[in-house]
Design a protein around this ligand. Sequence first.
Ligand SMILES: Nc1ncnc2c1ncn2[C@@H]1O[C@H](COP(=O)(O)OP(=O)(O)OP(=O)(O)O)[C@@H](O)[C@H]1O
Length: 229
Amino acid sequence: MATEKVLALTGIDRNYGQGDTLLTILKGADFSLSAGETVALVAPSGTGKSTLLHVAGLLEHPDAGEVVVGGEACSALSEDRRTAVRRRSIGFVYQFHHLLPEFSALENIMMPQLIAGLSMAEAKERAAQLLDYMRIGHRADHRPAELSGGEQQRVAIARAVANAPLVLLADEPTGNLDPETASYVFSALRALVRQSGLAALIATHNHELAQRMDRCVTIVDGKIVDYVV
Ligand SMILES: Nc1ncnc2c1ncn2[C@@H]1O[C@H](COP(=O)(O)OP(=O)(O)OP(=O)(O)O)[C@@H](O)[C@H]1O
């Protein structure tokens, strides 16, 4: 039986600038992610990791090629429809947590669920479960500034998966943490992804962490190729 592809990028070109300043970042890039699969994206700085994640996450339009999320081809969709697909199917984690400072950890995780139309009680129950799973249930009522870097990132990860997306895209999610905390947070992320049956594409400079994923890819001359760590 063929494995379901939750994300497929085909023939992606992405350029910045024009004329003499034209910078070609992705050129005919192909990539796909199967349901439940975890992939590390390991590539030198400036080769296009964030660009790839932004294109895959429907935050940037490619100059050519198609992005298919959950079976839906997205290149010709209206902005409203792209936003709807992104909200429903994709969760993001960044290097810096981007939590809302005036809300508690619990409320930060409830927020995307409330926007998606869940009731207060449903959102609260799911947020509390995720905090417990990330072993920070005792920090539910704390605001981001009252949490450590590793705790903040665990809240950000819980928030990204709160609406049960198909795909988690993470851009250096542990890049801002000391090695021990990075290792712990990465393990928590991987366990949560596995437990939820999510697919994940995680950009990281850290080879040791990358090895814990199902496979690794890199970017060479604008294309996505397999990478042996
Ligand atoms: N909006 C933009 N306009 C012009 N150039 C850009 C833009 N965004 C990115 N670039 C350039 O495209 C290249 C790839 O950027 P990108 O952020 O995708 O790299 P990266 O691999 O994620 O790097 P890092 O590991 O340092 O975060 C870089 O040379 C960057 O300067």
